[in-house]
Design a binder for this molecule. Sequence first.
Ligand code: WQD
Length: 341
Amino acid sequence: MKKKILVTGGTGYIGSHTTVELIENGFEVVIIDNLYNSEADVIDRIQKITGIKPSLEVFDLCNSEKLDVFCRKNRDIAAVIHFAAYKAVGESVNKPLDYYRNNLLSLVNLLDAMKKNGIPNLVFSSSCTVYGQPEKLPVTENSPLQPATSPYGNTKQVGEAIIRDTTVSDKNIKAISLRYFNPIGAHPSSLIGELPRGVPENLVPYITQTAYGLREELKVFGDDYNTPDGSCVRDYLHVVDLAKAHVVAVKRLIDENNKTNYEVFNLGTGIGVSVLEAIKSFEKVTGIKVKYKIVARRAGDIEKIWADPSYANKELGWKTLSTLDESMKTAWEWEKKVRSK
Ligand code: WQD
């Protein structure tokens, strides 16, 4: 009998790639998504990749009644992976209440419904933004959580605290927070990938849309940071590598190999890459020159961050496999495919 996994936000960028890996690892996947930042036809494309179509329930997790009815009907869910959230740093600075309501109310509703219906395991989509601007790099899971520099980052910090406190108060709930660094790239089939609605907030989709001619030019938000080339440094990992980590985390909880009821893992390559280096990587693998202009810094941005992934490498037996160049290549292949429809 296949174990059933609920993936909230499963038609989104990371959620869809994780759904593929879960199905390919023998799990049954049910998705809840409000389609705020994704399309329903992603499940058809997941079927093209895996041969299996995950079920999709379209509603908002902020609707606690609907969520409770769903969980009552799906008490056999072995684990939940919670992706559904708004995730753009810059946007969150301008719309804090949207971010706090959406990201926190949905999480509280989810935990409530899990407790009421005896659903035991949660993998939480957290983020390196919980570290704010770290004083010491690379960051480990024990690095102090600096005050978040954006409402988005704060919803991840508060979200982790909500989950941790729930696992303390209710021993039936076990959870793992996965702190992603910067996911990029697309599935090698080019059938799924990052497809933000409207103007992309994140760097790589903006690069690929500029290269494709959808955007006039890329704005590089500042080159006056204290970094080798002045532009911000991040740890860019391939989304398929990231997706695979979720399968490992779900198995860890289901098989009760977790060391404590609440665990945290950094998911990154361990390599810091600047914005200008990311642009150069894209240009190298595609042969396309990216038109860009240096502009003022973006509110909410931190200067530099990259992971020390050794704990996840050792404890989860997980590490990234794709290089930056390979990730950029898949991002470009996806952009061309999705625009050629
Ligand atoms: C990366 C760098 C920008 C756009 C993201 C997600 C967040 C979390 C962490 C998962 C920054 C620069 C960007 C552009 C630019 N991921 N940039 N021009 O802000 O690090 O956060 O990863 O949970 O959800 O938002 O990623 O891609 O927005 O920015 O110069 O048009 O690229 O200043 O230095 P960020 P990003």
